[in-house]
Design a protein around this ligand. Structure first.
Ligand code: FAD
Ligand code: DLZ
Ligand code: SF4
Length: 515
């Protein structure tokens, strides 16, 4: 056997040929290690499609490395001697290969990072942990930016990233004279029979093998893998990105916040799983969107909106994650403790907005941002669901959920459980918001115009009850002044009606009765 100079450990979300752990790699002397392990597939019960996506993409990436001449030690989930953990597999590989050193790119989860930081002393081999250059802002740069400020407003971080990347810039000024065109991106839902078709990728032999494995081994996990059609290679993911840029980007901005019963994707890109696994490069994707604008193929509000999500929000939440972990995960500003109702796993509820969002999630391992934020997340916060349990649910059910991006979106953006480090106000809304932005209410047992009582939309009374319950926590928030003034203007009887409706509803929820 050849002598192993470097043992290069590549995780399932590091599937890029430009990943820093491969810098300077020599196929003649170095060996790549990739492992499918039980600990990662079950530490939460990931959706079946998510497991297929990751394992199949890993197997395809390993094949690509072999074509480039690398020796890959690839551990499959059902290998007889699979130890079940990253550390166990490194231990086995070090014992067999005696590498001079181990090279790894910093993992995307704090939990895995803790393991990696122990490897050098554990195995007595030098372990080089390299920064993840797929991000435009390093963890150190974000920390330096954050340390200079009292409030960590995303918008200011975003402007810095625009200047850094020079995307949509004319000198030091934003193209179009404004940094942000969000006010033009709030059009309500409009069914469009002529929306172009999405690219679907037919599973090849490798993917079919993984589908069989997952259907058998993870039968109790959410969803089905039988109709799996995600891309599992960077080449296919790039094709999906090209189709998005051509057919959907021009309309992306306007309908960004809209929701429709019969259209789970609208004009969203559905590219987050590929970005997060390393199959797509964020800067390249943003440059394509900029090019579409410069060529007159997409309006500025669409290109800017899309670019902001990636160089703004995506980079910002990653910075926040590494800055505030591990304490961030257990933040619970509202001291919420209600367990998640069963319908989070079945979609069986009379609330049509939640039923649709959760059914879309079960079917696709995907829901778009406003469904995640203003339907599921909004309901969870109003109903006082335990934020950590909710975080685990989001990590479980979405194909794009890696903790660095999922956790701050759940704990910070959607639940305000961090008390406002990430967002300046809780994203709480009554049924009228959902009614304005979607067609869900037309098919609902509850009446969105009714405010209290058995048939009133639960979001209506839960909204006021939430503000009332947390008056001490929130009434000083400038952005909620208007709502609290309205609450105070109500008669005592009216306020009690809201409280009673909420109490009755939450009791039904606690007793596991249909809602
Ligand atoms: P598009 O609407 O097409 O947006 C383009 C890209 O922008 C996305 O692919 C994504 O990479 C990026 N983006 C947009 N919004 C955000 C954001 N808030 N944070 C980070 N990146 C963003 N995103 C994940 O990638 N993984 C998660 O686990 C995840 N969990 C979320 C949980 C909650 C409660 C909320 C409110 C949001 C979450 N998001 C998560 C952010 C966002 O909802 C998804 O990135 C988006 O829905 C992915 O679909 P898309 O590719 O069609 O996005
Ligand atoms: C999410 C996931 C799953 C389901 N399985 C694997 C796996 O078998 N092997 C692997 O390398 N990674 C997997 N992942 C991703 C990890 O849980 C984790 O998110 C990343 O390693 C963090 O960098
Ligand atoms: Fe959701 Fe309320 Fe509309 Fe029903 S009426 S779909 S519960 S917002």
């Amino acid at each position: 056997m050849k002598r192993c100079r470097r043992l290069i450990y590549i995780f399932g979300d590091h599937l890029s040929h430009r990943i820093s752990s491969l810098d300077g790699a020599d196929p003649q002397r170095d060996i790549v290690l990739m492992c499918e392990v039980a600990e990662e597939t079950t530490y939460v019960k990931h959706h079946k499609k998510k497991i297929v996506l990751i394992l199949s993409a890993m197997r395809h990436f390993a094949d690509e490395l072999r074509i480039r001449g690398f020796s890959v030690r690839y551990v499959q989930l059902d290998d007889a001697d699979n130890s079940g953990s990253f550390t166990g597999e490194l231990s086995a590989a070090v014992a067999i290969l005696s590498p001079d050193c181990v090279v790894v790119t910093e993992p995307g989860e704090w939990r895995v990072g803790q393991d990696v930081s122990r490897w050098q002393s554990m195995f007595g081999v030098p372990v080089s942990i390299r920064p993840d250059r797929r991000f435009l802002c390093s963890r150190e740069e974000f920390t330096a930016w954050a340390d200079e400020r009292r409030t960590l407003t995303m918008e200011f971080f975003y402007r810095r990233m625009r200047r850094k990347t020079k995307l949509l810039m004319r000198g030091d000024d934003p193209v179009g004279g404004r940094w942000n065109f969000d006010s033009e991106n709030r059009a309500p839902a409009k069914p469009d029979l002529f929306r172009p078709a999405r690219l679907k990728f037919k599973p090849d032999t490798t993917t079919r093998e993984v589908i069989d494995l997952v259907e058998q081994r993870f039968a109790g996990h959410m969803g089905t893998a039988k109709d799996f059609n995600f891309a599992v290679t960077s080449s296919d993911a790039r094709d999906a990105a090209e189709v998005f840029n051509r057919d959907f980007l021009p309309f992306f901005g306007e309908t960004q916040d809209a929701m429709l019963r019969d259209d789970a994707l609208l004009n969203h890109s559905v590219l987050s799983p590929y970005l997060n696994l390393g199959l797509l490069d964020p800067l390249e994707l943003c440059k394509s969107a900029e090019r579409a604008y410069l060529d007159g193929d997409a309006p500025l509000n669409a290109a800017e909106g899309f670019i902001r999500q990636i160089i703004g929000w995506r980079e910002y939440v990653r910075g926040m994650y590494w800055r505030f972990m591990p304490e961030y995960a257990s933040s619970n500003f509202f001291k919420a403790s209600r367990p998640l109702p069963d319908f989070f796993w079945t979609g069986k509820t009379a609330m049509a907005c939640l039923a649709t969002t959760i059914s879309d999630t079960i079917d696709n391992a995907y829901a778009h941002h406003i469904q995640r934020l203003m339907v599921t997340g909004n309901f969870a916060m109003l109903a006082g669901l335990d934020p950590f349990a909710l975080h685990e649910w989001y990590l479980e059910v979405y194909a794009d959920a890696i903790e660095w991006v999922e956790l701050p979106n759940v704990i910070g953006m959607s639940q305000f459980a961090d008390g406002g480090s990430l967002g300046s106000k809780p994203y709480c809304a009554s049924g009228s918001y959902i009614s304005r932005m979607s067609d869900y209410c037309e098919g609902c047992r509850y009446d969105v115009r009714s405010k209290t009582g058995k048939f009133a939309c639960p979001f209506n009374f839960l909204y006021w009850d939430f503000l009332d319950r947390h008056v001490q926590d929130l009434s000083a928030n400038r952005r909620l002044q208007h709502s609290y003034a309205t609450w105070r203007r109500m008669t005592q009887d009216r306020r009690n009606e809201y409280r009673q409706s909420a109490r009755a509803f939450l009791q039904r929820l606690d007793e596991g009765l249909d809602v």
